[in-house]
Design a protein around this ligand. Structure first.
Ligand code: VAH
Length: 317
C-alpha cells in the first residue's frame, strides 16, 4: 500500500492516478493539507489530511491504511522557497525527517525526489556528473542536498529502503507547478494558446534540464520497482530528458502556431536561481542501474502539450 504526500501537487495529482491504475485504487492513499484540488484524486480512492510538519498525522495515515511505501512529494519549491526560506526549511527538512522517522518505525520504504537544484554555481554545468560538488545557493537547494544525505543516512543506519531521483523542470498540463524556477516552461504553453504571446521571465541562452510528466511518472515507478540489488546509488539519481533555452521552446511552439510571439522581461530572482543550476545532466547512472529511458523530447512534448491543453482550455474547436 502506498501513501502519497502532496498528492494534489503537480506530480502528486498525476502519480496518484497512475499508481491507482497500476496497483488498484484502494492501495494508493492520497494525502494533502486540505481536501481540495484534483476531483479525480478525491473521487477515485482514499484521501487523508496530512500536514507533513505534523508527524502524528503521517503515522496515523500509515497505520490506518497499513502503508508500506511512502512517496513523499509535499515540498516548497525553489522560487517560493526564496521568498519564504523558513517555511521551505520547515516543510522540506522537517517534513522529510518526519516521514523518515515514521518509515523507520513502521518499516516503510520511502521515495522522495531531489532536484537539479541540489547543485550550485561551483558544480560542473555541462553533463553534470551523478557524483559531484553540491553547494547550492537557494534554501530549496540546501533542503534538497540535506534531504539526499538524510535519506542515505536512514538507509545506511536503519535499513530504510530510501530511493529518489534528481528531477529537472517538469512540464505537464493537468496541474500547475507550485512556484518553481522552471515554471516558465509550463506557462509558455498556456499563454501561447490563451493569448498568442508570452513574456518570458528567463533570459534567452539560459539552459535548464526539463522533462515531460509522463517520463517523470515512469521514472518514479521504474525506480520504486527496481531490483534493490542493482542499485549502486540510492537517492538522487540524475534523470533528464532534454535541456533547452527559452528560444528553443518558443521555436518548438511556433512550428505549430506560426503567429505566436515572445518577448522578455527577466525576473532577477528567477534568473539568479536558474543561473546557479546546471545546463545539462549526465543521467548514465540511472540508465545503467534501473533502465531509465525517457520517451519525450522537446518536439514530442510540444505536440502533445498543445493538443491536450487546447482541449483543456476549450480552444480545440
Ligand atoms: C523548481 N520545478 O523549479 C522545481 C524543480 C528543477 C526545478 O525543482 O523549483
Amino acid at each position: 500500500k502506498v501513501l502519497i504526500t502532496g498528492a494534489m501537487g503537480q506530480i502528486g495529482s498525476e502519480l496518484t492516478m497512475k499508481l491507482r491504475e497500476r496497483y488498484g485504487n484502494d492501495n494508493v492513499v492520497a494525502s494533502g493539507l486540505r481536501r481540495e484540488g484534483s476531483e479525480k484524486v478525491l473521487e477515485s480512492g482514499p484521501f487523508e489530511i496530512v500536514d507533513v510538519t505534523k508527524p502524528q498525522q503521517i503515522a496515523d495515515a500509515v497505520n490506518k491504511h497499513k502503508v508500506d511505501w511512502i512517496i513523499h512529494l509535499a515540498a516548497i519549491l525553489s522560487a517560493v522557497g526564496e521568498s519564504n526560506p523558513n517555511l521551505a526549511w520547515d516543510v522540506n527538512m522537517g517534513g522529510l525527517f518526519n516521514v523518515l522517522e515514521v518509515a523507520r518505525e513502521s518499516k516503510c520504504g520511502v521515495f522522495t525526489p531531489s532536484s537539479i537544484a541540489a547543485f550550485g554555481p561551483s558544480t560542473p554545468k555541462d553533463n553534470t556528473p551523478q557524483d559531484t560538488l553540491q553547494r547550492p545557493t537557494t534554501m530549496y537547494g540546501v533542503t534538497k542536498v540535506a534531504g539526499e544525505l538524510l535519506c542515505d543516512y536512514y538507509y545506511q543506519k536503519y535499513g530504510v529502503d530510501t530511493r529518489g531521483v534528481r528531477f529537472p523542470g517538469l512540464i505537464s498540463y493537468e496541474t500547475l507547478p507550485g512556484g518553481g524556477t522552471t515554471d516558465y516552461a509550463v506557462e509558455i504553453y498556456y499563454k501561447a494558446i490563451e493569448e498568442g504571446k508570452y513574456t518570458c521571465p528567463i533570459k534567452d541562452g539560459t539552459y535548464m534540464d526539463m522533462m515531460y510528466m509522463p517520463d517523470a511518472l515512469d521514472a518514479i515507478v521504474n525506480l520504486m520497482e527496481a531490483d534493490p540489488a542493482k542499485l549502486k546509488h540510492r537517492n538522487a539519481f540524475n534523470v533528464t530528458a532534454m535541456s533547452f533555452q527559452p528560444e528553443d521552446i518558443y521555436a518548438a511552439i511556433k512550428k505549430h502556431m506560426p503567429d505566436f510571439t515572445m518577448d522578455y522581461n527577466v525576473n532577477p530572482v528567477l534568473q539568479n536561481i536558474a543561473d546557479s543550476w546546471p545546463n545539462s545532466l549526465d543521467d548514465s547512472a540511472a540508465r545503467e542501474e534501473w533502465g531509465w529511458n525517457p520517451k519525450y523530447d522537446l518536439d514530442a512534448m510540444t505536440k502533445d502539450m498543445l493538443e491536450k491543453l487546447k482541449v483543456k482550455l476549450g480552444k480545440d474547436k
